[in-house]
Design a protein around this ligand. Sequence first.
Ligand code: FAD
Length: 391
Amino acid sequence: MPSTSTTTSVTTTPGGGTADADRGSDRDGARGAAQSQNAQSQSQSQSQSAQSQKAQSQSSFRVFDVSVVRVRALSPNLSRFTFGGGDLDDFAETGYDQRIKLILPLPVVGLAPMPRTENWYGDWRALPAELQNPIRTYTVRAVRRQLAEIDVDIVMHGDSGPASAWASTARPGDPLIVVGPNHHFDGDCGGVDFAPPAETGLHLLIGDETALPAIAAILEKLAPDARGIALVETPHADDRLALGYHPGVEVRHVERGDGLPGSALVPAVRAATELLFGTGTRAGAGAVEDGAASAPAGGAAHAGADTRNADSARAAEVELDDVDVDSAVLWDVPGEYSGIPLCDRTDVYAWVAAEAGVVKELRRHFVRDCGLDRSCAAFMGYWRLGRADLA
Ligand SMILES: Cc1cc2nc3c(=O)[nH]c(=O)nc-3n(C[C@H](O)[C@H](O)[C@H](O)COP(=O)(O)OP(=O)(O)OC[C@H]3O[C@@H](n4cnc5c(N)ncnc54)[C@H](O)[C@@H]3O)c2cc1C
């Protein structure tokens, strides 16, 4: 289990800026970072060599110049990108749902404008808009420090966004910038939101294809005696091949085909919570069990009922902010940033990451219908249907 959690609150887009800052960039990039620097210092900073940054970096997150080593199709909609680079041996191996930033090239100038500074995010924001490289958030699927390599599994959704468009043409040797946790940082680097209490009866891992790399990484690091259910929706049945395995976690995969995001996941979750919490919300899910584990359903039903009874009163006291997912990041995770206290033991811990509108619906369902205590849940909008990421 992670020793600490890093969290952000549900928040509106800060004054004309980027709501992505609220789910990590400011903290990931430069904890306590200083003011934006002027153009002169930016150009000086940009000319820093990777080696000198390696020697100097004290940040929790830092900038890594990398290049594509390999690209491998994992499933119809997911491809694994292996990045290598001279100083990726400084990339911290944190695991779970460790988020990172990919900095995408601009036409003509490529990656040159991106500040390679400790205060990379503030410096990036200070650049003229046309020199701001697109930033997108991803999960680091694997870190091999000894080989100076990392893997990132990317959903190939066409060329409508800079990240997916870049991925669709990327070849070995192509350069990219990754901002990720610094192995040399003395403390919690941040950017890991999976933080179940040490004593958790049942882990519920719920997400779509963009959350699949995080769920796979969580399954890899979860204690062998942990119990759980992973409910995953993807466009194609074969996308589950990228998911992985844990002996105590029952994987239920639902295929949405050409349906809208959430069209298979929401009914599947409602069917599961009817058994777990007795909410009477069954909607005919048709979930396909993947046969990954001995089903923990019996124990889960009992545990869920206990949680509901114990926590529903407390959950009702917590105001459930309504989030406009068109203008805000839905990021509702317990911790110091959200003000939602962390609980130290729970019967059910829910980790939910998917399209923001879907997460909004599931959050309402868990908190209002199921009475799940928000201290025992992480709700994260990973992307927004019909809208670019807010970075
Ligand atoms: C913490 C975190 C971790 C994430 N981890 C991963 C990961 O490991 N792998 C991964 O693939 N994604 C991951 N995502 C999601 C990813 O950041 C978004 O999908 C992002 O919007 C992709 O950027 P883009 O430039 O391709 O598209 P954008 O420029 O953001 O959007 C352009 C258009 O593409 C659409 N779009 C965006 N994403 C998708 C999608 N997945 N399917 C269909 N349409 C889409 C948007 O609705 C919009 O219409 C993660 C997000 C977060 C917040």
